[in-house]
Design a protein around this ligand. Sequence first.
Ligand code: HEM
Length: 486
Amino acid sequence: MWWTLLSVIAGVLILVLRFSTRRRRRNEPPLDEGWIPWLGHAIEFGKDAAKFLARMKEKHGDIFTVRVAGLRVTVLLDPHSFDSVLNDRDSFDFTRIRSQVIQKVFSLQPTNIEPTLERKWMEQHFQGCSLPKLSSSMNTHLQTLLLHCHNGSAPSEWKQEGLFDLCYSLLFRAGYLTFFERTDNAAVAYQEFRKFDNLLTKLARGSLRREERRTVSHSQERLWELLSPCGLRGGSESSTWQQSYCDFLQQEGINADMQKKALLLQLWTTQCNAGPAAFWLLGFLLTHPEAMEAVKSEIRGLSTRRDTSFQQPQNNPLEAHSTPVFDSILSETLRLTAAVMIRREVVQDKILDMANGKRYHLRRGDRVCLFPFLSPQMDPQIHQEPQTFKYDRFLNDDMTVKDEFYKDGKKLKYCSMPWGAGKNSCVGKEFAISTIKQFVFLALTHLDLEPCDPEAKLPPVNPSRYGFGMLQPDGDLQVRYRLKRT
Ligand code: HEM
């Protein structure tokens, strides 16, 4: 009896192994299946994708295929060859992967909305004529929140807090008030959003524990409630970003239930990156005195100019002037801490031409993944001491912005890719840059801000967040702050 059972189990296992493993064909990228049937490298990938992919790059070079949870993912790490994927929309599709993730994380059913139509709507509402209005509203909210961040204690008293919490909460609330214009519940929305965001990577990978699943569901419900279109005020205020988005969805035939779920997706898309980016930028400044001095000196230079942009709160004085030091520090921050993964599905068999002349056959149904964090961003052939923060890395000797970098003697088209690329790159790039710079400017000019421990270092990154945009810290940097005496 036992022998029969054991032989059946062994037979099934052999069949699973036989049919779930694949052999590399001629002209295909090196194949690394891992030793766990079906799962392949999923566990290592989910734990620390950067470490895992760096190990694979060491072993196989700039292109290889790995098995991850039943899928074959071809990873391309040569920035000179990125365009072969980004420019071929017939062979590489993004829409299906996007809707799968959205369904899993935001419970949003695939809709019939034409992706290009939605993208166009986004561009209209985040860029061009809409941008100055959004930036001005964001600046006003940021100033108000920053000047009142003492929560009851006297503004001249030192207050202690984690820098990550401070940055994320201020930028989230200002963004929420700008886009969603609900003045009464920004703080509650932030609390729920953080709970949701903390578990988002596990939710996307399907690795939540039961208790965590309950927390996520509860936060989702609460956020859907807070964002519900029914709660919107109409009349004179119906021209808010949120109202326009709901009108757009309504016109496309999306029902109220899906509208509130789409609003949570937009809340996450618009709020999940700016806070963490501001944290890293301020954190690098607070732990690198020479960078802090350089940026403060640039700001001092601006404020001595006789113009009115400093007097009007809705203005962002940084926009009226060139700020190469500030820009270099932002680029360097994003180089070190933005870790986007650009994913595509291979929808027809494809011969991929690499920049070095090699050609590889990719199979239909596989995935392709670009991970610019490893190269160009952290590539030692491109950036000397890539792990080190150097505030002037993106500055030329004549103090102009440096945007020429080389690999193998060839100029790079993409020297850093924090905003993604191609069809699904960030629609809010200009808004995000203006917001982060304005926030840091306000923090430096309105607050006395310092690490509680002068010797403190920045916390390490949370390795499970590689591939989900801006990285987040594992821990926090404790800071103390008070309003500057004028
Ligand atoms: C440091 C800040 C930010 C970074 C690094 C960043 C980065 C990105 C990246 C990499 C993507 C592509 C995501 C993907 O592959 O699926 C993206 C998409 C997007 N971002 Fe940003 N983002 C930032 C801030 C913002 C802000 C403040 C807004 C809104 C005002 C915004 C609006 C969007 C939108 C709407 C999309 C979706 C585009 C589409 O689906 O076609 N982003 N962002």
